[in-house]
Design a protein around this ligand. Structure first.
Ligand code: FAD
Length: 438
């Protein structure tokens, strides 16, 4: 039977980084991947361009962007002290991946160097070249289906569909459940729970949100910029985001919606009634109610011979007008000159507060499924993982890296950075631990 010092399960960004670090400290490493190709999700990240980290310079501010259900972002302090966003950029620069910095601190590989190769492929090639250079052996099309453990809950052998391999340490880097067609089908959760690990309930995150009101269909495809989206629970405002969003046939999507979606399971339980959470869309957050009212009054005055619907076209994108017309009591064809000050007041109210109700009728927190989610929220309970090494507290030769952990970040490169930092630490610790105990 084959024997290897470290087995890494999962050939995504976290597993590749872990394998490279483990082999670099002198361990023999086999990386086991169930797909034929490695890094399938990495290749579609950032629409293929791969926003692999963020340039926020302050590590504490960087860390404050992560959430966790089982602990808090401080879990990542130690990993970031060993390998943070600056190290990640330097790491890729050192292997001939020049980088570009964009809006919101997003960092991408510079595609202009090789115009026919997308950013995700550039990062994947760099990682695969390092695996080759340092001698990581890769087993493809080999789903891991279980472990052979001894009486002390220590892993002796990793069992794949076609093979059994003896090992010193194991790193589980199988990702979450989102975009399952890329290979992330949640296998790591069941592998870890069989070893006694608690799995914090998982939800789709960075995902579009379903809305109960059927009128959202009217604006489907409408992109909105510079709007405010607030969340209300029992009449109290609990969150607000400013930026871009869009309407879809089922509800709402776009950056500010996706960002809010990751927090919805904190605000409601799946069993809650489906009208518990409301969204309020302010189409003109830069204008006070009074300024907006005066502007509407002046437009209606100026274009008095036009109809209500025609004057609205001067105030907002055409697709959103269908919503305003649907929700307003003013008849579409009423001449602007006859619109009362009370109707103008109500219109200003509507433009600054379009109410929508989360559709939790399927008890799924109103979130679209994992097929549409950028990441998974929940996962391996951080209380059972040593933050300095990523080592399991329940199984001494087991480590975790990447999205499988109960950690999630917003968009902007934070989720891949999580993979680089935890992958680096898990690989290094598993490699050194096994070597020292040999
Ligand atoms: C559309 C999209 C765009 C994204 N864009 C960005 C972005 O621009 N920036 C950013 O920071 N993040 C982005 N993300 C998130 C980021 O891609 C993930 O957080 C990251 O890929 C997680 O890496 P991972 O290594 O933990 O897991 P994964 O990338 O999911 O890799 C896990 C690997 O494990 C393998 N595996 C699973 N089970 C087994 C098994 N039983 N045996 C063997 N192998 C197994 C899988 O096949 C897979 O190859 C995006 C995600 C999506 C879906």
């Amino acid at each position: 039977m084959r024997h290897v010092d470290v087995i890494v399960i999962g050939g995504g960004p976290a597993g590749l980084m872990a394998a490279i670090q483990a082999v670099k400290v002198g361990a023999s490493v086999i990386l086991i991947e169930k797909n034929l190709n490695l890094g399938e999700k990495l290749l579609i990240s950032g629409r293929g361009r791969c926003n692999f980290t963020n340039s926020e310079p302050d590590v504490q501010k960087f860390l404050s962007r992560y959430s966790s259900s089982s602990s808090n972002y401080k879990f990542l302090n130690s990993a970031f002290s060993k390998f943070n966003q600056k190290d990640a950029e330097a790491f890729f620069n050192s292997v001939n991946v020049p980088t570009v910095h964009e809006r919101g601190g997003r960092i991408f590989p510079d595609e202009s160097v090789k115009p026919d190769v997308k950013g995700g492929q550039i990062i994947l090639n760099a990682l695969l070249n390092l695996c080759k250079k340092y001698g990581v052996r890769i087993l493809r099309r080999s789903p891991v289906i279980g472990f052979d453990i001894d009486n002390n809950n220590k892993i002796k052998r990793v069992i794949t569909r076609d093979d059994e391999i003896e090992c010193g340490s194991v790193i589980i880097a199988t990702g979450g459940r989102s975009y399952p067609k890329t290979g992330s089908t949640g296998d790591g959760y069941s592998l870890a729970s069989k070893l006694g690990h608690n799995i914090i309930k998982i939800y789709p995150a960075l995902v579009p949100v379903k809305i109960k009101e059927s009128w959202v269909k009217l604006a489907s495809g409408c992109d909105l910029k510079n709007v405010n989206l607030s969340v209300y629970k029992a009449g109290e405002k609990i969150a607000v985001r400013f930026g871009e969003m869009e309407f879809a046939p089922f509800g709402i999507s776009g950056p500010i919606v996706m960002d809010l979606s990751s927090h919805i399971p904190d605000w409601i339980e799946p069993e809650d009634s489906d009208d518990v959470l409301q969204f309020s869309l302010d189409l003109k957050p830069a204008l006070t109610h009074e300024v907006l009212r005066n502007r509407i009054a002046s437009d209606f005055n100026k274009f008095g011979s036009k109809t209500f619907a025609q004057v609205l076209r001067k105030l907002m994108p055409s697709k959103i007008i269908s919503i305003v017309l649907e929700l307003s009591d003013v008849p579409h064809d009423k001449p602007a000159a006859y619109i009362s000050s009370e109707e103008i007041h109500d219109l200003a109210n509507l433009i600054k507060d379009i109410r929508m109700t989360l559709d939790n009728s399927n008890h799924d927190c109103g979130l679209l499924s994992f097929n549409h989610a950028v990441i998974t929220r929940g996962g391996i309970d951080l209380k059972e993982v040593d933050p300095g090494t990523m080592q399991s507290k329940l199984c001494e030769n087991l480590y975790f890296a990447g999205e499988i952990l109960d950690l999630n970040g917003p968009s902007g490169g934070f989720n891949l950075q999580l993979c680089w930092s935890t992958g680096y630490v898990a690989g290094m610790s598993a490699g050194l631990n096994y070597k020292n105990n040999k």
